[in-house]
Design a protein around this ligand. Sequence first.
Ligand SMILES: [Zn+2]
Length: 433
Amino acid sequence: MRYLADCVVTMGAECRLHRPGVLDVIGDRIAWAGAASEAPGGTIVEERHVGGLLMPGLVNVHGHSPMTLFRGAGDGLPLQRWLRDVIWPREGRLSPDDVWWGMQLGCAELLRAGVTTTCELYFHPRAVADAALAAGIRCVLTPGILDLPDAGSGAGWQRFLEEAALVHADLDGREGRMTVGLGPHAAYTLPREGLVEVATLAAQLDALVHMHVAETRDEDELVRARHGCGAAEALARAGLLDGRLLAAHSVWLDDTALDLFARHDVAVAHCPQSNAKLGSGVARVPRMLERQMRVGIGTDGPASNDNLDLWEELRLAPLIARAVACDASALGTMDALTLGTRGGAAALGLDCGSLEPGRLADFVRVELDDAAFVPADDDADMLTLLVWAASSRLVTDVWVAGRRLVAGGVCRSVDEARAREEVTRRARRLSAG
Ligand SMILES: [Zn+2]
């Protein structure tokens, strides 16, 4: 299939912008991307004129999307009280069906916002996986592992770890769109032996470990009470830095901790909106990029954001970095686009995030016939406006693995009206207790 667009942004190693551009897709992979005038002849069987701008789909590197069930709950509370008083009691009452419907609604919202990959840390991982597979989105599933308060006996970390190993055996690689890792919640919700066992299993499986790290200033006290040291050190001692680690938030890391993470090639999921809403602070992304760390952006759960629109994070990341540094060059426009696409893919170790031959055919179409793109005379203007003036409302079509899941702004793979109804009804039950 050959797609002809008014503009193609490849986000390759050198971000090339082609006006007009061509994208060739064979099966679930990109065969060629570039200027229309240079497009190769030969094997293309079908041409589709899509107009607009084609770019890689956005990569959400930290989410708990089934939390659409708790959207807006506990507004105004700091993280620890929000978890203890509002979220964990509700999560203790979740059924797999609740999670399936929460994830279905989450997938529709993500896809319509142009997000083609989402990294999920949650309970009932089989329900999360089933819902993601049904919606067609690419998913890195990291089953939650923690001592969950209020869930009664049998809800200790050991059971969650065993379940995660079984889920990995059953679902890793499913339909070419599912990758299974491990999701130990945080150093403050697991004992030392829990972290060690996660590291051991991850090494056996060569699996990604995805966890919350140094999200708030206050949690340092909890981590020290449990481990006798700060979070970065606790993870190092448990062996977690020797494998593939994705550290969500990483707000309260000093230079020593960042150096340690950089030496071990730890990836970071930056969640500016969640961190701002919960009053957690601002991650030092420019310092991470200076150290050549792999950084992507995440929505976090819709109960702490309160939506799954990654375009907002893409703009908020440089906005906050510049505001904090009093420096308009603290985080560049291309840095923002990279965080949302290629950087996120690198953080997850996936073959998506850019439109280059051999990469996964996950891409989106952005409408250019809009005031947001006026005037855009040269290529630099176009990229600037894409970050600073456009938004997810201009995403019209979304493809994952070459399959069109959103057409004309409508998600075709999810019955959204039914999902909204189910989530409304279930959310009422979960909050009533
Ligand atoms: Zn989170």
